[in-house]
Design a protein around this ligand. Structure first.
Ligand code: NAD
Length: 351
């Protein structure tokens, strides 16, 4: 198949591209604007493949999107390009509305136009797969899980913009018959994760001997999924998923933020002990909470497990070990990003 990936230079998009080139026969076009969050160095292992190509462009640019689609003639569009950092959405929501809502509208318009021009099997088999988040469902108390039927209740500008984009995708399916798929996934972690997100931020700050800032009391709970498990889920959804359906994807690995940070410190203590012999966990400091911080997210992933046979392969413990090892072995990748973007700066204070 020919797969157009938007946002393929980002964290999850690059993992998807590496997976598709490394483990399938599919051809991939990566369409990415290369914002602060995108870097082609995450794709150096596949860049020379004849099945991989890259086009720099903005998903809000109608003409660029239409040209990329017409030239590449995709069988599947997997749409990951987005502004993705909650803290940045608190400081500057406008970019989130533009990219996540308007950009998704632009993608849908171009995809519908293209799909209407297809014939026969190619028209039947075409899929528009929108990659979204569990954050659209809002916040849970101590019990319960998000299912595909949970009502939307987004709380941050980021999750509201993703909810808006999900509704647009769903409407294009219902109204125009575009064969759409939506996946709502929990927090991802793994290699090539931009070092402003919790796990890589803690790794790079720990190694720099800096305080490890944990929001509030550290008791907010997220369900963590290793990114390579997520991209296998995406592949099973666009290859076998039923058009018009949504699928929740989760790692069955609920952890409090403080436990995640302690786990990172524990692996670092073993792999790269501090010179003074103390644990990195001594660097943990509690800082003022993120405004509107959702308490708990947890995913019921039974539908994708039962329907498509997908299950995560990594436990949180095995995934965090691989992740910390990768950051220790690939300092050039993140050092260059830190120099360029000042990523390891606290955001989300609304001012
Ligand atoms: P990311 O921020 O690492 O990457 C986003 C990519 O999109 C970057 O390469 C960036 O250059 C590109 N991009 C941004 N604006 C663009 C535009 N206007 N035109 C073209 N390209 C643009 O994000 P990520 O963590 O890889 O997330 C990918 C998708 O998965 C997002 O839609 C996000 O909402 C969703 N998601 C993320 C998580 C997570 O834990 N990271 C969990 C669930 C869902």
């Amino acid at each position: 198949m020919r797969i157009l990936v938007t946002g393929g230079a980002g964290f999850i998009g690059s993992a998807l591209v590496r997976h598709l080139i490394g483990n399938t026969e599919h051809e991939v076009l990566n369409f990415d604007k290369l914002t602060y969050a995108g870097t082609l160095t995450s794709l150096s292992s596949v860049a020379s493949s004849p099945r991989y190509s890259f086009k720099q462009g903005d998903i809000c640019d109608e003409r660029a999107v239409a040209t990329a689609i017409q030239d590449f003639q995709p069988d599947v569009i997997t749409h990951l390009a987005a502004e993705s950092h909650v803290d940045r959405s608190i400081d500057g929501p406008g970019a989130f509305i533009q990219t996540n809502v308007v950009g998704t509208y632009t993608m849908l318009t171009a995809a519908l136009d293209y799909w209407r021009g297809l014939e026969g099997r190619r028209r039947e088999q075409f899929r528009f797969h929108h990659i979204s988040t569990d954050e659209v469902f809002g916040s849970l108390g101590e019990t319960g899980y998000f299912t595909e039927k949970t009502p939307y209740d987004p709380r941050s500008p980021y999750s509201a913009s993703k909810a808006g984009s999900d509704h647009l995708v769903s409407a294009w399916g219902h109204t125009y018959g575009l064969p759409v798929l939506i996946t709502n996934c929990s927090n991802n972690y793994g290699p090539y994760h931009f070092p402003e997100k919790l796990i890589p931020l803690m790794i790079v700050k720990a190694l720099a001997g800096e305080p490890l800032p944990v929001y509030g009391n550290g008791a907010n709970v997220r369900d963590w999924l290793y990114v390579e498990d997520h991209v296998r889920a995406l592949q099973s959804v666009f290859e076998q998923g039923v058009p018009g359906q949504t699928y929740n994807v989760g790692g069955n690995s609920e952890r409090r933020n403080i436990d995640v940070v302690e786990a990172v410190c524990g692996v670092l203590d073993r792999l790269q002990p501090r010179e003074d012999g103390h644990s990195y966990s001594q660097q943990i400091t509690y800082v003022a909470d993120r405004p509107g911080h959702d308490q708990r997210y947890a995913i019921d992933a039974a539908k994708i497990a039962d329907g498509l046979g997908w299950r995560p392969l990594e436990s949180f413990e095995s995934g965090i070990e691989k992740t910390v090892s990768w950051y220790l072995d690939n300092r050039n990748w993140w050092a260059e990003i830190l120099d360029r973007t000042q990523a390891a700066t606290r955001r989300g204070l609304g001012g």
